[in-house]
Design a protein around this ligand. Sequence first.
Ligand code: ADP
Length: 156
Amino acid sequence: MNRDALFPGSFDPFTMGHKAIVDQGLRLFDRVIVGVGANTDKRGLLTVENRVRLINDIYAGEQRVMAMPYHGLTGDFCRSLGLSFLLRGMRNTVDYEYERGIMLVNQRLFPEITTVLLFTPPEYVAVSSSTIRELLDFGHDPTELMPKNIDLKNYM
Ligand code: ADP
């Protein structure tokens, strides 16, 4: 069995909070595949292609992380890659309840896939993609919440 994990999400855009989960995941798994879901009911800031490019730029020097786009159900994508672990992050009890709901469905549909939930470090508990989108909407600079050396303008 391989020790690679899929970290799925919208990542619109990828934040310091997401990076904290990938970096912790690298301690547990050989590789972390970041799956960028083309989820139609979420409002888009970046195109899926640019979300993938941004993540691959952040991890340009880390061969164990790779971002890929996907359509459809996360479990189907995970299975198609032959992966046995789904990595997700948890900021608070709202995330916990949401993640547990998804995990229960996945456990039924994809019994060979194990969900691994990691806690976010306290400094990133309040960071979300939607906060970044809101700051941009109101003319503020969200760079501080983004991984270092990432200028969102290059991806919009
Ligand atoms: P989704 O639409 O699937 O919730 P997101 O891109 O919002 O996609 O989140 C992807 C994963 O990252 C989820 O597991 C989410 O709980 C987690 N996450 C989001 N923000 C943070 C953060 N600040 N710290 C840790 N995990 C986070």
